[in-house]
Every structure is written in C-alpha cells, then in structure tokens.
Design a protein around this ligand. Structure first.
Ligand code: FES
Ligand code: FES
Length: 145
C-alpha cells in the first residue's frame, strides 16, 4: 500500500486514482482546514506545502505526492504566523486565511524578513475576496515581533 506523510504522520493511501489531494485531506482524513473554493487552481484557498513548497492541492492528484511530506494548516497551528494574523487582524471572512498562512510560513522559512515586494510576489497566488491584503502583508512582515 502506498503511503504519504501528513503533518509528520504516515498514512496509507487508499484513495482511488484521480482523487485530488484537497479532496483526500478533507474527505478521507477530515482535515477541513484546507479549503476548496474555485477547485480549478486559480485562488489559493487550497494551498498546502509539499516538502515545504506551497502547492495547490485542488489540482494535485494525491498519488503524485506519495512518500512526500505534506503540511496543512493543522500542522502549522503552533507557528507564530497564526498569532501574527490575529494580531494584525489580517482576515475578514477567514475563508482564504488557511491558504494565506500556509504560503506565508513557506515564505518566511526561506526569507525570515521578506521585503514588501517579496511578500507580494510570494503571496500573489492567494486571492482574498475581502481585500485584506494590507493587513496580510503587515502580519507577514511582523510575524517575529
Ligand atoms: S480551490 Fe484550489 S486554487 Fe482555488
Ligand atoms: S478574508 Fe475573506 S476571502 Fe480573505
């Protein structure tokens, strides 16, 4: 049986061929922190990390991440970025927020103090229909405070 690792835990992969990673996380494992909005790779709501790199889980087949390390928002609950989003009031409806935080933590793992341009570039795939972008940038630039 193929396996993959989710937030440090090994899981046997029994999903049928063609199942998206987002569907597998939400429906098979109950990890509903990962959101599905467009389901077409346009909005970033479904962002998770695979080996530390942000990817869109709605357009990623779960069998393509066998033996890789997947990190979801549930695996980042103790990351200081979460509190930084709260401190900066960086959300309104909150639907995009898990994906925003997943992308933001990958960014600061690579660049701990990103510039405004680096933040805009790294976060450009995460849309926020509520327009919370200025606060999201503030949260990312102050996450270590
Ligand atoms: S739900 Fe995956 S990119 Fe929109
Ligand atoms: S906070 Fe509502 S979509 Fe971003």
């Amino acid at each position: 049986m193929p396996e993959l690792s989710i937030n440090g835990e090994r899981h046997e992969l029994a999903a049928s061929v063609g199942t998206s990673l987002a569907h597998y996380l939400r429906e098979d494992l109950g990890l509903t922190g990962t959101k599905i909005a467009c389901n077409e790779g346009h909005c970033g709501a479904c962002t998770v990390q695979v080996d530390g790199v942000p990817i869109l889980s709605c357009i990623t087949l779960v069998h393509t991440v066998e033996d890789r390390e997947v990190t979801t928002i549930e695996g980042l609950r103790d990351h200081p970025m979460v509190n930084s989003f709260v401190r900066s009031d960086a959300l309104q409806c909150g639907f995009c927020t898990p994906g925003q935080i997943v992308s933001a933590t990958a960014l600061v793992a690579a660049i701990p103090r990103p510039s405004s341009e680096e933040i805009k570039h790294a976060m450009s795939g995460n849309l926020c229909r509520c327009g919370a972008y200025p606060k999201i940038e503030e949260a990312i630039s102050t996450w270590q405070d």
